[in-house]
Ligand binder design. Sequence first.
Ligand code: ADP
Ligand code: ZN
Length: 206
Amino acid sequence: MKLIFLGPPGAGKGTQAAGVSAHLGVPHISTGDMFRSAIKNQTPTGIEAKKYLDAGELVPDSVTIAMVRERLSMDDCRNGYLLDGFPRTVDQAIALDSISAPDAVVDIDVPDERLLSRLTGRRICGKCQGTFHISKLADERTCPVCGGEVYQRNDDKPETIATRLKAYHEQTEPLIGYYKGLGKLRRVNGDNQLEDVFKAILATLE
Ligand code: ADP
Ligand code: ZN
């Protein structure tokens, strides 16, 4: 199964993708995670990408497409993939169709006014990489799963969030029409409990 998760920043793509990829037995490929790890390891891609992530802007297509092309050629992708955060532009979607076209595209829909509080409240565990909302943490600094210390992503500050939402509406939202035209689009209401969204995603893939 070759799958794409589409949706605005904060829609819950990453959280749902982790569960769905385990359920389907295909690798969860998050371009955001790949960029953050490249930045941490100071690879050439990371050095190039850093300024865009810090600003909340999209990394240029040439860099992103090359990174994904390489990742999809790896052995664990032979039975499919679950892409989270890619494609984010129509040119990326066209490139993906020539590399390895998706079977289905799940658009996780959440209204803009809900996204801001989701993003500003998002915390990441530095140890297990789990994602949590601050309202669900008994202790604001501690991961409820592994006890590691949680932190706020650099680009989850209000100024940067505005830029990311703008990039989503201008550059990524047109993909909804692109995949609708190809008959591959499935829509799921993401403004719900995690378990309900998970069930709705599986139902739409039946
Ligand atoms: P979110 O979906 O919560 O905004 P991600 O972790 O998916 O966060 O992405 C973080 C940042 O990584 C983006 O703001 C952008 O700078 C970069 N990025 C991730 N995926 C892509 C992509 N497909 N094309 C261009 N830039 C990307
Ligand atoms: Zn943890």
